[in-house]
Design a protein around this ligand. Sequence first.
Ligand SMILES: Cc1cc2nc3c(=O)[nH]c(=O)nc-3n(C[C@H](O)[C@H](O)[C@H](O)COP(=O)(O)O)c2cc1C
Length: 195
Amino acid sequence: MLNDLTSTLSLLETRRSARPRELVGPGPTAAEMGRILTIASRVPDHGMLSPWRFVTVAGDQREALAGLLLRALEARDGAVTDAHRDKESSFAHYRGQLVVLISAPVQNHKIPVWEQEVSCGAAGMNLLLAAHALGYVGGWVTGWRAYDEQVRVAFCGPGERIAGFIFIGKPGRELEERTRAPLATVARPWSPAVP
Ligand SMILES: Cc1cc2nc3c(=O)[nH]c(=O)nc-3n(C[C@H](O)[C@H](O)[C@H](O)COP(=O)(O)O)c2cc1C
């Protein structure tokens, strides 16, 4: 039990993201993906609304994704450069598995949309942790693609939005630790204002 606890804590203390463009494939197997997504679904969820979706993009769908991104890009900006086209095509073909995380809040419900969006964020976090626990690394990115209407409707139903593109694979190189906020800057004892 102690060893289990120690390894769980060390897992939480060591998780870090990879840059999706640096991942190497093929990423988790179908069985592992099932496990990762099951764990991702196991999050606090006020009202049990499951206000998130996981849309997986298969390896043989990456060309279709590239086409979608290029069409969306051209529609946004007529003056698209070859460099930008290459960037989107590369994005669509990043190695590993791709999960598009969708925020799917139930509108006009007594549970505020904000709480449902927080639950979606928790699902993304659990997904990254599950990937890490299975020996993979994830990278959660958004960018213009996550906010484009043409891309949105290709992944989302009405009232839904893209919370991120999460790529899961093996790191192509040793991951560097980033600067983390010192605990004292993000945590403090409550000091109620005196009226
Ligand atoms: C909703 C969301 C969107 C993000 N979008 C991007 C992005 O488009 N590009 C990027 O470089 N990092 C993005 N990040 C940050 C990375 O996913 C990651 O958190 C960051 O590289 C730090 O890595 P860490 O997970 O090891 O702390 C996003 C994070 C979140 C939560």
